[in-house]
Design a protein around this ligand. Structure first.
Ligand code: ZN
Length: 332
């Protein structure tokens, strides 16, 4: 019996052949990315590029597909790729343990038909959006926190882009590290993302101009129309500030100090320390003094300034790790 016999009645052998020819990139193989990756590999997508800068951690196993206890400490991209190969040796997988940023974006995303968002921060999503709009690459935005999720497919040139929905990054966002997330909501969101890519490949139909907002706490699912913003900085004015590195958060490791400095994603930011303190709660040590907030969690020490600048101290800190820690504790 053919591996794909259960879906061929729905998509035909032509649809299956289209899947085999398709090239899809997954940016971030956390909860959303790992689930979407598994679904797309099982469905028969021929080429999958797996992009992730992080290592597998015990707290990932609660919701991230593909990983097992044996993968702890391994790069997520290669661990996920190995697992995909064991279930489908015919799939071409291309694991990249790299940070997606203005320097690497061309190399990582240039030869793909679709991009799936599995990231955990808006800055990287705005970068993907800039790249996708500039090159006309369809992508699907997804996010999940607590039991709430959001999915929005983006087809440049046809429907609205992410910046039509969010012209500016919010001054603060919550992180799932702080407020929690269930494996059910992340898997539902990832399945919707994968479904959209699957439909686009097999039916050459790319519906856009809407988002789904879900709340599993109340079982509510809303399909909301999203209009193109006539003043959108990205898809109307073609101001690719993230792609060109002007708005992208700048990070550098300070010489010989196990400390990295991160500059804020935009000027004129005024962080609400009270809100951050509330969000982080009693899970970390907090100390506010003279316009700075010190956050200490084990070996990680973050000194946060009101304008969003941060000094992040941790043994063997790298630029990528500093960006990941900033996204985890402070969000944005
Ligand atoms: Zn737009």
């Amino acid at each position: 019996m053919d591996r794909f016999s259960r879906q061929i009645p729905l998509i035909g052998s032509q649809g299956q052949a289209s899947l085999a020819r398709a090239r899809v990139g997954i940016v971030g193989v956390g909860a959303l990315g790992s689930a979407a990756l598994e679904l797309l590999a099982r469905a028969g997508v021929g080429f999958l590029r797996i992009i992730d800068r992080d290592l597998v951690d015990l707290s990932n196993l609660q919701r991230q597909h593909l990983f097992t206890l044996e993968d702890l400490g391994k790069p997520k991209a290669t661990a996920a790729a190995q697992r995909i190969q064991t279930l489908s040796p015919e799939t071409e997988v291309d694991p990249r343990t790299q940070d997606l940023n203005p320097e690497t974006v061309e190399d990582l995303l240039s030869d793909l038909d679709f991009i799936v968002d599995g990231t955990d921060n808006l800055e990287t999503r705005f970068l993907i959006n800039d790249y996708a709009v500039k090159t006309g690459t369809p992508w699907v935005y997804g996010g999940a926190i607590r039991r709430e999720g959001i999915v929005m497919p983006i087809v440049p040139g046809e429907g609205p882009c992410l910046r039509c929905l969010l012209p500016k990054p919010p001054s603060q966002t919550e992180s799932c590290w702080a407020v929690g997330v269930t494996p059910m909501i992340t898997t539902v969101v990832a399945a919707l993302q994968a479904e959209w890519v699957f439909d686009a490949i097999t039916e050459a139909r790319k519906p856009s101009g809407f988002l789904y907002a879900l709340d599993l706490a109340t079982w509510a699912i809303h399909k909301v129309r999203v209009q193109r913003n006539p003043n959108c900085p990205t898809c109307v004015h073609h101001d690719f500030e993230y792609l060109e590195g002007r708005a992208f958060r700048y990070a550098e490791v300070l010489c010989g100090q196990d400390t990295a400095q991160i500059l804020p994603p935009r000027r004129g930011l005024r962080l609400d320390f009270q809100k951050i303190r509330k969000q982080l709660g009693n899970r970390v040590q907090l100390k506010e003094m003279g316009g700075i907030l010190k956050i200490r969690d084990g070996v990680v020490e973050i000194t946060l300034f009101r304008d969003g600048r941060a000094l992040i101290k941790a043994p063997g800190i790298t630029v990528e790790r500093a960006r990941a820690l900033y996204a985890q504790y402070i969000g944005l």
